[in-house]
Design a protein around this ligand. Structure first.
Ligand code: SAM
Ligand code: CA
Length: 247
């Protein structure tokens, strides 16, 4: 009995350690994935950045280690070279991307907050991949509008990771569909939004979860109905929907 209680407590604290990033039913199963397949293969720099980020007050925002591993594999599978990231925070997904790209690979990275990016930047520099990153401080939408207007960026991105303000995802999609190349992939993150997409209307949800939920629901419906893309929604991290542009 005492042993049972202790092991339950252990599971809870270990799950907290990884930031409640999994929608898997069993915490133990998620921990198993991390300890068996993710942490042993996690590059040293990513481990260092994950540990720095864990001490930051907004650490709930970071990409989980298993999702970082997934992004890295995906980028290599599609031979991505020219990429974009909207929503950088301390840079865990950015570093995963920078490490996965070839030496001449590029990431246009945007965030309204530069301070958090600068927290992770020394680790990115030490890993020798900072030259691949073009960081722009500020809201992403005007940058996208500028690129659309410019004309020369149409159909040029192999991969775009969207992990920022959920109330703008549909606005991003309207623009990104032109910027990603045919056959390229846009990944929208947090599309299961803490499981709240299936919560009953009166469920006790945290304020920000409740606020963004309708936007996530609307996005999911719009992506499913968009004939210009093929989609695949995966229960990795907080849910990621991959959209492959087909026309
Ligand atoms: N991908 C990051 C990682 O791996 O740690 C996590 C990104 S975090 C969930 C969301 C980020 O989006 C925040 O750093 C926030 O400052 C940024 N953000 C919010 N609104 C934005 C906007 N309009 N344009 C660009 N970035 C924005
Ligand atoms: Ca995310």
């Amino acid at each position: 009995m005492a042993e049972n209680v202790e092991s339950k407590e252990n599971q809870v604290s270990r799950h907290q350690e990884v930031g409640h990033k999994s929608l898997l039913q069993s915490d133990a199963l998620y921990q198993y994935i991390l300890e068996t397949s993710v942490y042993p293969r996690e590059p040293e720099a990513m481990k260092e950045l994950r540990e720095i980020t864990a001490k930051h007050p907004w650490n709930i925002m970071t990409t989980s280690a298993d999702e970082g591993q997934f992004l890295s594999m995906l980028l290599k599978l599609i031979n991505a070279r020219n990429t974009m990231e909207i929503g950088v925070y301390t840079g865990y997904s950015l570093l995963a991307t920078a490490l996965a790209l070839p030496e001449d690979g590029k990431i246009l990275a945007m965030d309204i907050n530069k301070e958090n990016y600068e927290l992770g930047l020394p680790v990115i520099q030490k890993a020798g991949v900072a030259h691949k990153i073009d960081f722009r401080e500020g809201p992403a939408l005007p940058v996208l509008d500028q690129m659309i207007q410019d004309g020369k960026y149409h159909g040029t991105f192999d991969f775009i990771f969207v992990d920022a303000d959920k109330d703008n995802y549909l606005n991003y999609h309207k623009r990104l569909i032109d910027l990603v190349k045919i056959g390229g992939v846009i990944g929208y993150d947090n599309t299961l939004w803490n499981g709240s997409v299936v919560a009953p209307p009166d469920a006790p949800l945290r304020k920000y979860v409740r606020y963004y939920r309708d936007f996530v629901l609307e996005l999911n419906k719009a992506l499913a109905a968009d004939p210009r893309i093929e989609i695949c929604q995966l229960p990795v991290g907080d849910g990621i929907t991959l959209c492959r542009r087909i026309s």
